[in-house]
Design a protein around this ligand. Structure first.
Ligand code: PA5
Length: 477
């Protein structure tokens, strides 16, 4: 594998503890071994489906090969990143959905939590922003804090037809042009190789640095291709480590037995829980750095599994609603519901064995035992105790939960997590017998937006919108 030593890699292995899904801990609310093992055959079939279709562009399974087939691209990205770091004060990603959530997640996971506030000497790269909305206030406020001429804009869009991203591009293009800046100097595209508008623009203008979002890789599975790798490299993140971590997890999961494949077991636990009425999946990292992996996961899980038809055309309405939560912050809000509300949730904890930062809690307030007991511990001990206590409280209340243990947060372990979740999603989609990799439900809103803004070819859709009955004033109070 060639990334650090085998001992180091093994010491960084992300592991799954699903004891708190079982009847031993949950009583009648948990799975018996017999119940869980009844999913074994289904899980093996899902595993084989994913294995047999690895790398197939026509099925959007190209993401499985990203840890292995990007040596030249990685070298090119590292070179570009170096130039960007030397040349620009800011790096702005223009993108949305799968073209934004990955860069946001990696930035928050592996950079200083107040990265943009650090002086340049303490930052590995330029200031970093991801603009994944078209709220005009947000655009105005961004333009208040960056000088476009001193900013590199990475426009990320597979289709080049996404209204949000292309609106942002038009605004930036106008600003750069008015400032007399050659867009070739300040803009990098990440897009489909042959199709789409960005490649047309790139060909027209000529010479815009462009990275390829490979054919068989959909937006939400694109973090480990140039979509995520370029922004990460600009930030000084070890992108070879990310890919090595993904490859390592791929190997860990190369087993058709769910008892030996953590991604397959996670998929099976979630499917079995869904069938048991647990239609909400809470992702709860106990780490501020991992707060946005929950956002990234929510898109992956929701957009991939929320489908209304099976692969053989049978109508269905499947999927599990993912919810993000942050430990310990949400212990003081959502956990009340998780512990005592309906039995409709599975909680996934992302727990760090080491935070890499020891902050001792000083002794003090010795006359107030309620406070004094904290002195002499560390903040790491406190957050870990609260994580264990929440898992205990949920378990005691008969609420399903399991933990992914992360030895420490670094590029290698983050790469493992990303690949584990991608595999888990692909396995779960195969068990549900749906198309995991399309998103037809997103299209209707896109088309209605085109119609409302008068895009050519959408007159019929506009007529459809206009034909809605008039609003009943009684329903507006
Ligand atoms: O996961 C997906 O496919 C979507 O979230 C897309 O990434 C999102 O709609 C943006 O599409 P595009 O990259 O074509 O601009």
């Amino acid at each position: 594998m060639g990334y650090k030593t085998r001992e180091w890699r093994n010491s960084m292995r992300v592991t799954l503890d699903y004891n708190n899904m079982m009847d031993t801990f949950l009583g009648a609310q948990g799975f018996t071994q017999k119940k869980l093992s009844s999913y074994s055959a289904k899980a093996s079939v899902a595993y084989r489906y994913v294995q047999e279709n690895r790398g197939r562009d026509d099925l959007y399974m190209g993401w499985t090969e990203l840890p292995y087939n990007q040596t030249e691209i990685v070298a090119d990205i590292l070179q570009t990143a170096k130039t960007v770091r030397n040349k620009f004060q800011n790096f702005v990603v223009l993108g949305i959905g799968g073209s934004a959530l990955g860069p946001i997640m990696a930035f928050n996971a592996l950079c200083h939590l107040h990265y943009n506030d650090l002086p340049r000497s303490k930052r590995k790269g330029p200031k970093f922003y991801v603009e994944d909305n078209v709220d005009p206030v947000r655009m105005r406020d961004l333009l208040d804090v960056i000088d476009p001429a001193k900013t590199c804009f990475n426009v990320i869009s597979k289709s080049g037809a996404t209204s949000e991203t292309m609106t942002q591009y038009l605004i930036i293009l106008d600003l750069l042009t008015k400032a007399g800046v050659d867009i070739k100097e300040n803009v990098i595209f990440t897009t489909d190789e042959k199709k789409g508008n960005l490649i047309k623009i790139s060909n027209e203008v000529g010479g815009i640095k462009s990275y390829v979002l490979p054919d068989g890789v959909g937006g939400r599975f694109s973090q480990l291709c140039p979509v995520g790798l370029l922004p990460a490299a600009v930030l000084g993140i070890d992108i070879k480590g990310l890919l090595a971590g993904a490859a390592y997890m791929d190997k860990v999961c190369s087993n058709s037995s769910m008892y030996k494949n953590p991604a397959l077991m996670c998929a099976t636990l979630q499917i079995a829980a869904m069938e048991d009425g647990k239609n909400i999946g809470v992702m709860m990292p106990y780490s501020d750095n991992l707060k946005f992996i929950a956002d990234w996961y929510c898109q992956l899980w929701a957009e991939s599994l929320g489908k209304n038809v099976t692969l053989d055309g049978t109508p269905c309405n499947v999927g599990q609603t993912p919810v993000k939560s942050l430990g310990v912050t949400d212990q003081h809000s959502q956990v009340q519901l998780y512990t005592e509300g309906p039995y409709d949730k599975v909680v996934t904890f992302l727990s760090l064995k080491k935070y890499g930062c020891e902050i001792p809690i000083p002794h003090g307030c010795e006359n107030i035992p309620d406070v004094a007991f904290l002195g002499g511990h560390t903040m790491e001990e406190l957050i870990q105790a609260e994580n264990a206590a929440t898992a205990y409280a949920l378990t005691k209340a008969g609420r399903m939960n399991y933990t992914l243990w992360i030895p420490e947060l670094n590029a290698f372990t983050l790469g493992q997590l990303l690949f584990l979740f991608e595999l888990q999603t692909a396995y779960a989609g195969a068990m549900l017998n749906i198309n995991t990799f399309n998103q037809p439900g997103v299209e209707e809103g896109k088309k209605a937006t085109f119609a409302l803004l008068g895009k050519a070819g959408y007159a019929e859709k506009k007529a459809e919108l206009d034909s809605l009955p008039a609003k009943d004033p009684k329903c507006i109070i």
